[in-house]
Design a protein around this ligand. Sequence first.
Ligand code: HEM
Length: 531
Amino acid sequence: MTTESAHPTNPEADRRDKAPGQTSKHLTTSQGSPLTDTDHSLKVGERGPILLQDHHLREKIMHFDHERIPERVVHARGAGAHGKFVSYGNAADFCVADFLKPNKQTDVFVRFSTVAGSRGSMDTARDTRGFATKFYTEEGVFDLVGNNIPVFFIQDGIKFPDIVHAVKPEPDREIPQAQSAHDTFWDFVSLHTPAQAHTMWNMSDRGIPRSYRMMEGFGVHTFRMIGPGGKASLVKFHWKPKLGVHSLTWEEAQLAAGADPDFHRRDLADAIDAGAYPEWELGVQLFEDDGTATFQGIDLLDPTKFVPEELCPVQLIGKMVLDRNPSNYFAETEQVAFHPGHLVPGIDITDDPLLQARLFSYLDTQLTRLGGPNFAQIPINSPKNPVNDMFRDGYHQHNIHEGIAPYKPNSLDGGCPFMAELANGQEFPALEYPQETAGTKQRSEPVSFSDHYSQARLFYRSLSAQERDHIKQAYSFELGKCADNTIRERQVQCLAEIDADLAAAVASALGLPAPAPQQDIDDLPLSPALS
Ligand code: HEM
């Protein structure tokens, strides 16, 4: 095989020729045999039947028949970009993760997404946006799998199939595609009232971002960071866009969807191509890990709650720049596999029951979506640091492992030593924090999860008059699409528990009487169960 350039004036074509699967200068079968014709099947005579022995025809069609893989069950539509994260170094005081050391630079891949629509749906739908970041650190991959909204619909992962069934198109006619424009969505959120705060964010301008470049990102759950000496803190992650947070109006979103359903995908790719690289600062809200997992009356294990920045400011700990578009959408953006359990020493999970269920779900779904257990070997998912995992065989195994004893302990070929064994017993931070835990096995809801309205109210009342008007219009429009009057009335009653003026405006737009709240909402503290 020669190595000289086939395209001396076109380095991009040269690079492509060297990609695995494209190393030959001429067309071949997948087995490397030269082809002389790929336009005509092997036939008996000029107009006769096709022969079964035409291997090229069968191989070409077989491969095409299997080009599609299942789309993600949620977050199917997305756009990705490569970039770099540089740590400011201040997080080293409370987190031993290597990539947070001063000025450390780490490669990243980010995938932004909508949640409810299918892979071919429009970008500007009213929906939550995913904001998932893969950090290729020297201590392994760390995934921060977040959203552009700081709260979630449910408090326990066992409800995830329920909310997604309610959000997805109705199963009889697969209509409508829009998340919030149908009976099942409003039926669920008005009956399952922990969803009211997230729904309020969806109905606000945050539900229709102007651009992926202009979105905040949130880890939503509370995580644990382990600092020098093993001291633990609880943290909430934030991404702050350097371009600020901007939204589309409803009318702009409709026009964009008609004129260019790829509006956000194109915007991200064009900006990066033009050298206008989007930037975010990573920040954390830091809480004392005193065993209560609460902060000023807010249960930090309840993913339907955020902590206002006025109560706990965000400390900025690094900056991310996205400066390279993927060169192949399928290989990178479609095959990337994020997982909230991809952690590095210094960052661990907490007992948030939504987070805990996610730890099962992503591996499980990717096993099917990416065709077997070896998807960590797909280039976009591979760690950039050395790996030695004792996992063997399975569908799509690309590694040719050596040695005869992939188990531990072994006395035959040295096996896979731990770092401490290589370094004569020196201590290294464990992946898991030694959290104490005890209790009675039970299915129940903590009383501190019982407040479903105060944060929706807090968010609504923090907005300008114009932003509140947009929320009133959004509820009125979306509930107007709901055919069942009982569901509309029940949702308007939920709004009455949040804000009387909001409930009255939406009720009036729907031709319903304005309901009264069932309790005196203005006297309620932020989170009554804990105060
Ligand atoms: C994607 C499950 C909650 C953010 C997914 C996928 C599943 C899933 C199955 C598709 C993954 C794939 O095919 O690779 C769940 C479950 C949840 C949950 C069971 C609750 C129990 C959340 C929450 C967030 C979130 C709270 C945000 C904090 C995302 C994002 C993606 C995603 C950003 C897309 C990742 C990508 O771009 O590939 N989720 N999810 N999910 N989820 Fe969740």
